[in-house]
Ligand binder design. Structure first.
Ligand SMILES: [Zn+2]
Length: 712
C-alpha cells in the first residue's frame, strides 16, 4: 500500500501519542533488552520525546487451520449497502489435528454453515461473536485431510465500528460509493480495501498475512457495471433477471488481505507486457488520458523483471482508479487500486507524473504478494522494497541524480518523523498494527535497502533478491530470511547490518571535522545520537579527498562513538567529502568553508554534493562568486538542482539583477520542466525592481504552473 505522507499533520498526531505514553509509563517500560531497560533514567525530563511506549509483543498468527481455497459467490444490495455471499472454503489442519475451524468474519448475519460432503451437505454447529466464526467440525481432521465448509451470509460493513488510522482512514473492508445515486457528478461504485485485516468484512477467511489461498469469485452485478477481481476473467454470463455474473479465477495462492473486487462503470484501456494483459480501469471521462498516466507500466514490468531476475509472477496486471479511496493505493494481487488523483485531464498531466506510486504498487507484486511478510511487525519486508522501487525506477528512467533527489526527499521525510518517534523497523511491540504504516516502514526502510545495495554492490544485491524471491515465493517471511539470502550470496555474516538498521531504533547523527597538517589529514567522527536508545553504529564509509582535479577515495569503517582517522595527503586538500557515495541514512554535520563548498559544486558531479553547496550558500547569494555558481546551477541537467538554485536566487538583493533577470526569463520560458518554469517565475517576482508585467506575461504563457507532489 502507499500512503501519501503529510509530514506536518501526520507527525503531530504521533507526537501527542508518544508524549502521553512517556508521561504515564516511565516505570513499567517492558522490553526484551534488559540492560537497556535497567539503564533507563528515572527522570522524566531526560527521556527523549521520541521514545515511544512499547506495546505488548505481537506474535505472528498461529496457524491452526490452513485455508487452501476460497470459492465465493457474491452480489450486492446497494440500498442496504450489504453483500450477500456464499463462500465455500477448502481447509485442512495446518499441522496438528483439529476438530474446529476458527474464521474471521466481521459484522455478518450468518445464515448457515454446512460441511460439503458430496451429495447432501451437513449442517455444522457454530458460534459467532460478530468477529470470529468458530465452526465445530463433524470429526477431528488430520493434516492430510481437506474439508469444505459452505457459509451463507450477509455482510454489513456499515455496521462495523470503524477504526482506521492516519494511514488508512477506514477499515470496513467493503465500500459503497454513491450507493443510491443521489450524489451528482459521482459514479456509483463498489470496491474493497483488505489491508490490514478488513477483507473479512466481506468474505469469511483467515485474515492473516501468513495465510495463503487460491480463489474463485463469482460477482453478480447489474448489466451496466464492469467488474474487476484478482486473476483472470474466465467467463461472463447473462442471467435471466437481467444481471450478469463475472467469474474471476486466481490460481496462484496469495494472502487474503490481497483479495479484491471492484464494481462500477469503468472504461478499460488495454495495454500489454509480453503476452500478459495490462489494463487500466478508469471512469469513461478519463479514457483518453489513462495511458498517459499508467502507460509506463509495461516498461516497469520489463525493468523490474530483468532487474530482479524473476519475471512478473502473475496472470495479468490491472490498475483501477476508484472514488473516495481510503489511502493512496493498494497492491492487490494482479489488481492494484489507486486513489482518484490518478485520473487527470490533459492539462493536469503537464505537471504531474504518478510513476512513483505506479512503480510502488507494481513492485509489491513481487515484494508483498509473491513473498509476503508473515506478520504486521514485518511490514517493512513489504513496504521498504516498494518504497525503494521508486528509487530504482527513477534511476533507470530519469538518471541517478534524479533518483538521489528522491532519496534526499525520502530521507528528510523519515528524519522529520524521527523528531517525534523512533522505532525499530521490524517492530514486534507496536501498539496498533496500523501504526506500522509510517515513514519508518517506507522511507527509512527504502534508505536502509539503498545502504545495503551500496555495501554489498549491485551484483550481490540483485542476486540476493533473486534468490530470496525464488526461495520464498508463495510463502510468508520474516527478516532473518532476507538476511540469510544476503549472507548466502556474499559469504559474510550480516547480523551487524540487519541488527542495527532493522531491529534497533534511530539513526546516526555524525559530527565530522577534518584538519590537515604535515602531509596528513585527520578526520574525526563523533556519533552524537543518544546511545542509550540507539546503537553506536558500524558504518562503512567512503571518504573522497580532492587535490586539484585529483580525487582519491578511502574506505573507512567507523565502529566507535568517537573515532579519528589519519589519511595521507601531499598537500592541503581542496575538499574532503565524507560519505562520498552519499548513501548514509542519518545526519552528517561536516563544517565546510565557502571555498570548499564552491569547489564541491564545480567538481563533484553528484546530486547531493551540488545540493549541499547550493543550500549552504543560499544566504550568501549576493557574493559574486556564489552568484556565479548559482547561475551555473541554472544550467544543470538535473531539474531539482535548477529549482534549488532558483529558490536560492530569490534571496538576491544585489544590483546586477538585469543580467540575472535575463537568465531567469529564459528558464521561465524554455525550461523543459513546468515546475522549474514556475519556480523561475516565482524567483523573478521576488527580485528587487522586478517588473511586474513581464512576470504576468510569463505566467500567461505557462500552460500550467500547478505543482503536485512528485511532479518531477
Ligand atoms: Zn506499499
Amino acid at each position: 500500500m502507499i500512503i501519501i505522507f503529510m509530514w506536518g499533520t501526520g507527525c503531530k498526531t504521533n507526537q501527542v501519542a508518544s508524549r502521553t505514553a512517556i508521561d504515564t509509563t516511565r516505570t513499567i517500560l517492558p522490553a526484551p533488552e534488559t540492560s537497556r531497560q535497567e539503564a533507563l533514567p528515572q527522570s522524566k525530563d531526560s527521556i527523549p520525546e521520541w521514545v515511544s511506549k512499547p506495546g505488548a509483543y505481537n506474535p505472528s498468527a498461529t496457524r491452526f487451520s490452513d485455508l487452501m481455497h476460497t470459492r465465493l459467490k457474491i452480489r450486492f444490495d446497494w440500498g442496504k449497502q450489504q453483500a450477500i455471499g456464499e463462500a465455500v472454503l477448502t481447509l485442512k489442519p495446518f499441522f496438528y489435528p483439529q476438530n474446529t475451524a476458527v474464521l474471521d468474519a466481521k459484522g455478518f448475519n450468518i445464515q448457515s454453515v454446512k460441511l460439503i460432503t458430496g451429495t447432501t451437505n451437513k449442517n455444522l454447529q457454530y458460534t459467532y461473536d460478530n468477529q470470529k466464526l468458530t465452526v465445530k467440525l463433524d470429526k477431528t481432521y488430520t493434516r492430510n485431510q481437506e474439508y469444505k465448509i459452505q457459509i451463507n451470509y450477509v455482510a454489513n460493513p456499515n455496521n462495523l465500528q470503524v477504526k482506521g488510522s492516519a494511514a488508512i482512514t477506514s477499515d470496513k473492508g467493503l465500500y459503497f460509493i454513491n450507493p443510491l445515486g443521489k450524489e451528482p457528478n459521482k459514479p456509483r461504485q463498489i470496491w474493497t480495501q483488505g489491508e490490514t485485516e478488513a477483507n473479512s468484512a466481506w468474505m469469511p477467511t483467515i485474515d492473516s498475512p501468513n495465510e495463503r489461498m487460491t480463489q474463485e469469485i463469482y460477482l453478480t452485478v447489474e448489466s451496466q457495471y464492469t467488474t474487476l477481481s484478482n486473476g483472470l476473467l474466465v467467463s461472463s454470463v447473462k442471467n435471466a433477471d437481467g444481471t450478469r455474473t463475472d467469474y474471476w479465477k486466481m490460481d496462484k495462492p496469495h494472502a487474503p488481505y490481497l483479495a479484491m473486487l471492484a464494481v462500477g462503470e469503468f472504461a478499460i484501456v488495454r495495454d500489454k507486457w509480453q503476452n500478459l494483459e495490462v489494463n487500466y480501469y478508469v471512469e469513461p471521462a478519463y479514457k483518453n488520458t489513462a495511458k498517459a498516466v499508467f502507460g509506463n507500466t509495461p516498461e516497469m514490468m520489463e525493468f523490474f523483471s530483468k532487474k530482479l531476475g524473476v519475471d512478473f509472477p502473475w496472470q495479468k496486471y490491472a490498475s483501477i482508479v476508484v472514488r473516495d479511496y481510503v489511502s493512496g493505493a493498494m497492491e492487490n494481487t494482479t489488481a492494484s487500486v489507486f486513489m482518484e488523483s490518478l485520473q487527470l485531464t490533459k492539462r493536469e498531466l503537464l505537471d504531474t507524473n504518478w510513476d512513483f506510486i505506479i512503480a510502488h504498487e507494481l513492485f509489491h507484486q513481487w515484494f508483498g504478494d509473491l513473498v509476503t511478510m508473515e506478520s504486521w511487525a514485518n511490514l517493512p519486508l513489504n513496504e521498504s522494497f516498494a518504497n525503494y522501487s521508486e528509487y530504482l525506477w527513477e534511476e533507470h528512467k530519469y538518471g541517478k541524480a534524479s533518483a538521489d533527489a528522491l532519496n534526499l526527499k525520502e530521507l528528510n521525510g523519515y528524519l522529520a518523523e524521527a523528531e517525534t518517534k523512533q522505532e525499530p523497523l521490524i517492530r514486534y511491540r507496536y501498539q496498533d498494527k496500523e501504526d506500522m504504516f509510517d515513514s519508518h516502514s517506507y522511507a527509512k526502510g527504502g534508505r536502509v535497502l539503498h545502504m545495503l545495495r551500496n555495501y554489498v554492490g549491485d551484483d550481490a544485491f540483485f542476486t540476493a533478491l533473486k534468490n530470496y524471491l525464488s526461495k520464498n515465493q508463495f510463502t510468508s517471511v520474516e527478516l532473518a530470511e532476507l538476511r540469510m539470502a544476503f549472507e548466502d550470496v556474499t559469504g559474510e555474516d550480516l547480523n551487524w547490518f540487519f541488527d542495527q538498521w532493522f531491529l534497533k531504533p534511530g539513526h546516526p547523527d555524525l559530527k565530522v571535522e577534518h584538519t590537515y597538517q604535515n602531509g596528513q589529514i585527520q578526520i574525526s567522527v563523533i556519533q552524537q545520537q543518544d546511545s542509550l536508545y540507539t546503537p553506536v553504529y558500524r558504518l562503512p564509509i567512503t571518504v573522497a579527498v580532492w587535490n586539484g582535479k585529483q580525487k582519491k577515495e578511502h574506505d573507512l569503517i567507523i565502529t566507535k562513538a568517537k573515532q579519528t582517522f589519519t589519511l595521507p595527503a601531499t598537500d592541503k586538500p581542496n575538499l574532503v567529502l565524507f560519505d562520498a557515495k552519499q548513501q548514509l541514512l542519518g545526519k552528517i554535520n561536516h563544517l565546510k568553508t565557502d571555498d570548499e563548498l564552491l569547489y564541491q559544486f564545480y567538481n563533484v558531479n553528484q546530486y547531493l554534493a551540488k545540493y549541499e553547496s547550493i543550500s549552504k550558500l543560499a544566504d550568501k547569494v549576493n557574493d559574486p562568486k556564489i552568484l556565479a555558481m548559482m547561475r551555473a546551477a541554472l544550467k544543470d541537467e538535473t531539474p531539482q538542482i535548477r529549482s534549488a538554485a532558483l529558490s536560492a536566487l530569490a534571496k538576491y538583493t544585489g544590483s546586477e539583477s538585469s543580467a540575472l533577470f535575463k537568465d531567469l526569463q529564459l528558464i521561465a520560458k524554455n525550461d523543459k520542466k513546468s515546475i522549474v518554469r514556475a519556480d523561475a517565475v516565482t524567483t523573478i517576482a521576488a527580485l528587487p525592481n522586478a517588473a511586474v508585467s513581464p512576470v504576468l506575461d510569463l505566467l500567461a504563457r505557462q500552460s500550467s504552473v500547478k505543482n503536485l507532489r512528485n511532479s518531477e
